[in-house]
Design a protein around this ligand. Structure first.
Ligand SMILES: Nc1ncnc2c1ncn2[C@@H]1O[C@H](COP(=O)(O)OP(=O)(O)OP(=O)(O)O)[C@@H](O)[C@H]1O
Ligand SMILES: [Mg+2]
Length: 247
């Protein structure tokens, strides 16, 4: 079983759109896939039409596999299950602060899923705290959407520095460009300079596209309602590249 985190400390960069479309293509390719929505906003749960559980259960999230497994919901797609978010997940950092061995907690609970699932995808909230650190340890791959602008470049540098300072494995970080508008000279120049500086960027770029924005209207991955679009081809290519090079 592999664990992929869709992560950035920056908000609104395409983490959820990536988690939803990759989880969909992974399941379609035959992998038993579990998407865990760690963001109290619950956006990926919403895109898959899965309602959060009515109970506030964040306090039990990091206890054991058994406390998580009860919250698994089936999606409309074969091979794809979801653990939806709950608003109480907003307290994860505070909760972890009081737990012993907090950095390894997520890894430990996820281990329980390895008989049932080939792949776990984590849709992460935009923050950098105890939860993020447990995500960095639990994940095989930290997939980072980067909008090619100056501020996003700075945020990406901060993430690299954070990994170096805290001795997390840098090779886990796999960035790709998101919401790309090739007609903008700033986007083009930022992509060129970042690709030259960091050799780890995926070749696939996700374009800025209204078809991706429409996921909210359709409550579905792009392939379901706009299969022959450039946006869908880009997510398909992203999944192929991630799975071939990194899984
Ligand atoms: N490639 C894209 N082109 C156009 N719009 C996009 C694209 N990717 C995402 N969006 C839109 O931008 C918004 C933010 O995307 P998304 O929710 O995937 O980002 P996020 O990083 O998960 O945000 P948050 O930090 O709030 O969790 C959404 O309204 C989404 O529909
Ligand atoms: Mg999100």
């Amino acid at each position: 079983m592999k664990v992929i985190a869709c992560y950035s400390m920056k908000g609104g960069v395409g983490k959820t759109a990536t988690a939803v479309n990759l989880a969909y293509f992974a399941a379609k390719s035959g992998l038993k896939t579990l998407l865990i929505d760690l963001d109290p906003q619950g956006a990926s749960s919403f895109y898959f039409r899965v309602k959060p559980s009515s109970k506030k259960w964040a306090e039990r999230f990091f206890n054991a596999y058994e406390s998580l497994v009860k919250h698994i919901k089936a999606s409309d797609y074969e091979n794809l299950d979801i653990i939806p978010a709950h608003l109480s997940f907003r307290n994860f950092d505070a909760l972890l602060a009081d737990l012993k061995n907090r950095k390894n907690r997520l890894k430990r609970v996820l281990k329980g899923f390895k008989q049932e699932y080939d792949l776990v995808i984590l849709d992460c909230p935009p923050s950098i705290g105890y939860l993020s650190e447990s995500i960095f340890i639990a994940s095989d791959l930290v997939l980072v959407p980067v909008i090619p602008t100056t501020l996003s470049e700075r945020t990406f540098e901060q993430l690299i520095t954070f990994f170096e300072d805290n001795i997390y494995q840098l090779k886990k970080i796999v960035p790709f460009f998101s919401m790309v508008q090739w007609q903008k000279s700033l986007h083009k120049a930022t992509i060129e300079s970042m690709v030259a500086r960091y050799k780890v960027f995926l070749n696939t770029t996700i374009p800025y596209s209204s078809d991706i924005e429409k996921m909210g209207e359709h409550k579905a991955p792009v392939d379901v309602f706009a299969s022959s679009t450039q946006a869908n081809a880009a997510y398909m290519k992203l999944w192929t590249e991630v799975s071939e090079a990194h899984l």
